[in-house]
Write a new protein. Structure first.
Length: 434
C-alpha cells in the first residue's frame, strides 16, 4: 500500500513538471549589502510575468540533497513558509531591468552550504501554469580565515603573577635553597624581626602591611577556581652581626614563625609550605655593598661571592677596609633590613581547562571535516557565551555560511576582548574594529 502511494505521489509531481513551461535564466549575478544577498537572474524571453502574478519559492540546499526538480520544489515550498513566518511577508522578485529579476536572501536565511536553489511558479492571464526552472546559485567562496587551535585564557593566578614577582607558575619551580635563591633588594614579602628574636611581631616596623599583603595574595589564589596553590617558599635570615648567632638556627625559626602565621590565617596544609634557613642575608648584603659607593666595592662583592664557606666569607667582610664596611652593615638602622623572613615564591598550577579542550574540538571539526554540521557546532559554542575564542570561531562559521554581518560582529566582539585571531580575521576581511 505504501509503495502504491509513493508511486502515485511521484506520478503527480512528474505530471506537474511536465505541464509546466520551464524557462532557465541565462546568467546569475550575486552581490552582498546590508546583511542580505542579492541574486539577479537574467532571462532571454519575450514576456515575463508581472510581479503580482508571482509566487516565489526559494530554497538554499546542497545539490546532493536536491537532485530532482520535484525535491527542490517540495523543499522550496517549505522554505517559503519559513521565510513568511520569520519575516512576516512572502518572498518576492524585484524587477531589475528588462528580463531581469533580483531575489533578496537575508543572511540568516542562508543555511550551511554555498549553493542556493530558486524555484518560481506563476499563473499567466490565460490560466496556464508556467515555471521558471530551478537554478543553482553559487555564492562567492569565503576568504580563508584564521581558526587555529586556541590557547587557554589567563587564569586569575596567571594575572596575579604578572603584577606580583613572588607569584609564579609551577612550571618555573626551583628547589628551595636558602643560600642560592634570589631575593629582591627590598622584597615586599620581607617581615622584620628584633635582634636575636624568632618571634613574629605584627606591630614591628611595617610588618602589619607586609603580612596583610601576603595573606591577601594567598587568599586570592585559593579563591581562583581555575588554579591551586602548589607550594609556598619561606626563607629566614639573620643580620651580619654575630650577635644574631647566639640563638641556634635563628633563620629557620624566623621562617617557621612566618610560615605558622600564614598557615593559620589562610587555612593551608603543612605540605604546601617549604621553609629554609638562609643564614646571613648575603644577597641583600651584596646589593648594599655594590651601591655603597666605596672604593673597590665591585671587587669585594666578587671575592665574597667566590668564597663558598659562609664563616670565611664573613671573616673576609670583617677584614675589608679595616672593618669599616662591616660596621656600616651592622649599624642598627641598617641591620634591621637583614633580620627577617621572606616569602620568596608562591607557586601555583592551573587546573584542567575543559573549555579550551571543547573549543579545540570545534576547531578540529572545522579543519578536518569537509562537511561539518555547522548548526551543531554553533550550539556547542553557545555554551561559552562571550568567551573571545568562541566568538572568533563563531565568526568563522558565520563567514563560511556567507553571513558576513554576523561574522563581522562576532570578530569585532572577540577582538575587543583581546583575541588576536579575531584581529587577524578583521584585517583579512578589510574591516576595522569600529
Amino acid at each position: 500500500m505504501k509503495q502504491k502511494i509513493l508511486f502515485l505521489f511521484s506520478i503527480a509531481l512528474l505530471c506537474s513538471a511536465t505541464f509546466a513551461q520551464n524557462v532557465k535564466p541565462v546568467s546569475c549575478t550575486t552581490e552582498h549589502s546590508d546583511s542580505c544577498w542579492y541574486v539577479t537572474m537574467n532571462y532571454h524571453i519575450d514576456e515575463m510575468p508581472k510581479n503580482d502574478e508571482l509566487i516565489l519559492v526559494t530554497q538554499i540546499c546542497c545539490p546532493d540533497t536536491c537532485v530532482h526538480d520535484s525535491a527542490r520544489r517540495f523543499q522550496g515550498k517549505r522554505y517559503a513558509r519559513r521565510y513568511k513566518k520569520e519575516f512576516g511577508e512572502a518572498a518576492g522578485l524585484m524587477p531589475a531591468g528588462m528580463n531581469s529579476f533580483t531575489m533578496v536572501i537575508p543572511e540568516d536565511m542562508v543555511t550551511d552550504t554555498l549553493v542556493g536553489v530558486t524555484y518560481s511558479e506563476y499563473t499567466t492571464p490565460d490560466g496556464t501554469v508556467s515555471t521558471l526552472d530551478t537554478v543553482e546559485i553559487i555564492l562567492p567562496m569565503p576568504a580563508s580565515l584564521s581558526c587555529r587551535p586556541v590557547k587557554r585564557l589567563a587564569t586569575g593566578a596567571d594575572k596575579l603573577a604578572m603584577s606580583k614577582p613572588y607569584v609564579s607558575s609551577i612550571r618555573n619551580y626551583q628547589v628551595l635553597d636558602g643560600d642560592s635563591v634570589h631575593i629582591p633588594t627590598n622584597p615586599t614579602t620581607h617581615v622584620h624581626f628584633a635582634m636575636n628574636s624568632p618571634q613574629l611581631e605584627g606591630t614591628y616596623l611595617n610588618n602589619a602591611e607586609t603580612i596583610e599583603e601576603l595573606i591577601s595574595t594567598i587568599t586570592e589564589l585559593t579563591q581562583d577556581s581555575d588554579s591551586e596553590v602548589e607550594s609556598i617558599h619561606i626563607v629566614g635570615y639573620t643580620s651580619p652581626d654575630v650577635r644574631d648567632e647566639i640563638v641556634p638556627k635563628l633563620g629557620y625559626k624566623r621562617a617557621n614563625a612566618l610560615c605558622s602565621h600564614l598557615q593559620k590565617e589562610c587555612n593551608l596544609p603543612d605540605s604546601v609550605f617549604e621553609i629554609a634557613d638562609g643564614g646571613k642575608h648575603w644577597h641583600h648584603i651584596y646589593t648594599d655593598i655594590a651601591h655603597s659607593g666605596i672604593e673597590h666595592s665591585d671587587s669585594l662583592v666578587r671575592k665574597l661571592q667566590n668564597e663558598k664557606n659562609p664563616k670565611k666569607r664573613l671573616a673576609l667582610l670583617r677584614k675589608f677596609n679595616n672593618g669599616k664596611q662591616y660596621s656600616a652593615l651592622c649599624n642598627d638602622s641598617t641591620a634591621t633590613n637583614y633580620r627577617g623572613a621572606c616569602c620568596t615564591r608562591i607557586y601555583y598550577h592551573n587546573l584542567a581547562d575543559s573549555t579550551t579542550q571543547a573549543l579545540n574540538e570545534v576547531v578540529n571539526e572545522l579543519a578536518f571535516n569537509p562537511n561539518p554540521d555547522y548548526d551543531k557546532l554553533r550550539q556547542k559554542l553557545a555554551a561559552y557565551g562571550n568567551d573571545p575564542r568562541a566568538l572568533n570561531i563563531r565568526g568563522v562559521i558565520d563567514h563560511r555560511q556567507h553571513r558576513r554581518a554576523a561574522a563581522s560582529q562576532a570578530f569585532r566582539q572577540a577582538a575587543a576582548l583581546g583575541d588576536k585571531q579575531a584581529e587577524t580575521n578583521l584585517a583579512i576581511l578589510g574591516l576595522s574594529m569600529d
